[in-house]
Design a protein around this ligand. Structure first.
Ligand code: IPM
Ligand code: MN
Length: 357
């Protein structure tokens, strides 16, 4: 069977890092058909839109999407609907990619790369399950009001709506409980139920779904406390489930515990396990086209693609082992380079992973 993979490199370093991940995928000996299409600023330049219909169609008809990164300061002045970020938001919504899995693993070889003490982070392996198609990101109404309009007359107003429907909370809860059941059996749901109606609703539904998973211990934490505990004692967490906005913030925080956001993959899945796979980091336009970016987050995202969308867990493990091996060899891109290790370029890192496969 041929697997169809849409490759959307996007902007900035997205281009060079997806190239390395594609080389790794191509070397596995699987029957893969990879088709590349523009997205983000690159698509705006070519087609006048960050998510052209042709790119969206390709994504919809593929088994999985390998995504680089989008965004560049040069598009900051465009109206919101045309900015590169709309491409990723549009893909998430159009494909129903509601379940975002963001593992934060500290590889033992990188124990000194974290800004936290090695004993606090050594062995860290947590999974953030972020709801990705609801919450204040997509809630309506949103917008601007003039000084003559609305409840706060006399000055201009900006507003967004935090919103969750029961079905949205239930389905992400099931993903999180199932993940927790396969790991340590501990799930921490993060909310702001002391202030927000949406969060109390979220919490009540988590408690209800928990009845179906008697082997998983559910706990709850307010998001401000969770932000603090993540840097105080991150290993107390195993699986964390949270909404779109809190998950955005906490997953960046968790990423930094591991030393470099350049190491972290992510998966965004829909109900039929079609998925979009991207590094957790952005397009880093300041270092684009210099062949110095770390391709490992994208290569590890390709491993997640094999595991979750193509059901090829052995091939996924092969890639993950190869990444461990190159770290063991002391090879490091600039973001994780430290004295005593060998600094390599983006493409050298790709070569090394290929060799280690
Ligand atoms: C992420 C990013 C996106 C988000 C942006 C680019 C829209 O920060 O994937 O975490 O906020 O979800
Ligand atoms: Mn983010």
């Amino acid at each position: 069977m041929t697997y169809n993979i849409a490759v959307l490199p996007g902007d900035g370093i997205g281009v060079e890092i997806t190239e390395q991940a594609q080389r790794v995928l191509a070397a596995l000996g699987l029957d893969l058909s990879m088709t590349t299409a523009p997205v983000g600023g690159a698509a705006y330049d070519q087609h006048g839109h960050p998510l052209p219909a042709s790119t969206l169609e390709l994504a919809k008809s593929s088994d999985a999407i390998l995504f680089g990164a989008v965004g560049d300061w040069k598009y900051d002045k465009l109206e919101r609907a045309l900015r590169p970020e709309q491409a990723i938001l549009g893909l998430r919504k159009a494909l129903g990619l509601f379940a975002n899995l963001r593992p934060a693993i500290l590889y033992p070889q990188l124990a000194n790369a974290s800004s936290l003490k090695p004993e606090v982070v050594a062995g860290l392996d947590i999974l953030i399950v972020r709801e990705l198609t609801g919450d204040i990101y997509f809630g309506q109404p949103r917008g601007l009001r003039t000084a003559e309009d609305g409840a706060f007359k006399g000055e201009r107003q900006g507003f967004d709506t935090m919103h969750y429907a029961e079905s949205e909370v239930r389905r992400i809860a099931h993903v999180a409980f199932q993940a927790a059941a396969k790991r340590s059996g501990r799930l921490c749901s993060v909310d702001k139920a002391n202030v927000l109606e949406t969060s109390q609703f979220w919490r009540d539904i988590m408690v209800d779904v928990a009845k179906e998973y008697p082997d998983v211990a559910l706990s709850h934490m307010y998001v401000d406390n969770a932000a603090m505990q993540l840097v105080r004692a991150p290993k107390e967490f195993d699986v964390v489930v949270t909404g779109n906005l809190f998950g955005d913030i906490l997953s960046d925080e968790a990423a930094m515990l591991t030393g470099s956001i350049g190491m972290l993959p992510s998966a965004s899945l829909n109900a039929s396990n079609q998925g979009l796979y991207e590094p957790s980091h952005g397009s880093a336009p300041d270092i684009a086209s210099q062949n110095i970016a770390n391709p490992l987050a994208t290569i590890l995202s390709a491993a997640m693609l094999l595991r979750y969308s193509l059901n090829e867990p052995e091939q996924a493990a092969r890639i993950e082992k190869a990444v461990q091996a190159v770290l063991e060899q002391g090879l490091r891109t600039a973001d994780i380079h430290e004295p005593g290790t060998t600094k390599v370029s983006t493409s050298d890192m790709g070569d090394a992973v290929l060799k280690a496969l």
